[in-house]
Design a protein around this ligand. Structure first.
Ligand code: NAP
Length: 341
């Protein structure tokens, strides 16, 4: 029988939506997990992580904040794989060191990559990037290229109808941090392998007691929440469609990137890319009593071609299609009382 090998891994942002799933899955596989969170005094986050199978023996918690990035070094020490999942969503206005989330995110990826190199144990650094850094818009923002793939980078000198300061700050910080972290593949003959997974909008289920922001965005057509409807419209304005991926596929993709004997570079990670029109029609069919505005139903039903085959060519397979992602997101929203049936 083949002998199983277990690793010691670090996950930054272990108590977030994606982070908590990843912690749970890696513990279930028998790995030792170093998870960071900003505030270990937050008992609801702590209790969730401690409730996972194997947590008692294999979960080690660390306090670390991106605005004080040297704090990550202790969590990285002794690990073979580091998943950098945490990202600053809101700027810490108390910070005199960084002027915005982009500066903080870039400084953090540098310090984390350097701590990985210094550790002499870390083989691979896997960054949870966002598809929002991979817009197929031309530099002048006038039209879309024929296809989204790993060569696309979001142009900054474009103004978007549905953006606000928060979303623009997020796009900038994810794009600059991803570019910065990929540079470490060139360092020291590529001894540290860096993989970035540019993830689509994540739906499905959550372990958290609330509906995460990405799921609120998917469900906005049913909830009517204007803030999240604008986020959905921004995605389509930026990407020409809504790349979607299920939480279980996202976590399996992260683990796939760890289990490959060797892997580096940038990979898009989304299973499907319906338009808002296609999502709206699917919801309307499923919930005929819920009147979804015509502007959504009548929008384009076909988006810009999305090519996420680079990861699939490495051997990764998605288990969830559009229908399953939407159905699970609705079930989760209903379970948590977010969508009133
Ligand atoms: N969900 C999606 O659709 C999606 C799509 C593409 C990419 N992503 C990326 O996936 C990652 C996780 O996102 P998520 O959806 O799971 O969101 P989330 O639930 O809001 O998680 C964000 C995580 O970042 C941590 N964080 C925030 N500010 C921090 C700071 N100053 N220092 C240290 N940690 C900080 C949070 O830690 P605390 O728990 O301590 O607050 C939390 O663990 C992010 O990098 C995001 O860009 C998400």
């Amino acid at each position: 029988m083949e002998e199983k090998s277990y690793s010691r891994v670090c996950i930054t942002g272990g108590s977030g939506f994606i982070g908590s799933w990843l912690v749970k899955m890696l513990l279930e596989k028998g790995h030792t997990v170093h998870a960071t969170l900003r505030n270990p005094g937050n008992t609801s986050k702590l209790d969730l992580l401690k409730s996972f199978p194997n947590a008692e023996n294999k979960l080690v918690l660390f306090q670390a904040d991106i605005y004080n990035p040297t704090e990550f070094e202790a969590a990285i020490k002794g690990c073979e794989y580091v998943f950098h999942v945490a990202t600053p969503m809101l700027h810490d206005t108390q910070s005199s060191q960084y002027k915005d989330t982009a500066e903080a995110a870039v400084a953090a990826v540098r310090i984390i990559a350097e701590a990985c190199i210094r550790s002499k144990t870390v083989k691979r650094l896997i960054y949870t990037a966002s598809i929002m850094s991979s817009s197929p818009l031309t530099e002048d923002g006038v039209c879309f290229k024929s296809c989204i793939d790993e060569t696309c980078w979001t142009p900054f000198d474009v103004s978007f109808t549905y953006a606000n300061d928060f979303t623009m700050g997020y796009i900038k910080s994810k794009t600059l941090a991803e570019k910065e972290i990929l540079n470490y593949n060139e360092y020291d003959n590529g001894r540290l392998e860096v993989v970035t997974l540019a993830c689509g909008l994540v739906g499905g289920e959550t372990l958290l007691p609330y509906v995460p922001g990405s799921m609120e965005t998917i469900l906005s057509l049913l909830s009517g929440n204007l803030l999240f409807l604008n986020a959905l419209k921004l995605l389509q304005e930026l990407l020409g469609s809504i790349p979607l991926v299920h939480i279980e596929d996202i976590c399996q993709a992260h683990i796939f990137c760890m289990e490959k004997p060797s892997m580096k570079g940038r990979f898009l990670c989304a299973a499907t890319n319906p338009t808002i029109g296609a999502i709206a029609s699917s919801f309307q069919e499923k919930f005929p009593d819920n009147q979804i505005a015509k502007e959504f139903i009548e929008g384009p039903d076909k988006g810009v071609t999305f090519d996420s085959t680079k990861l699939m060519k490495m051997g990764f397979e998605y288990a969830y299609d559009t229908k399953k992602i939407l159905d699970d997101s609705v079930a989760c929203g209903s379970r948590l009382g977010y969508l009133i049936k």
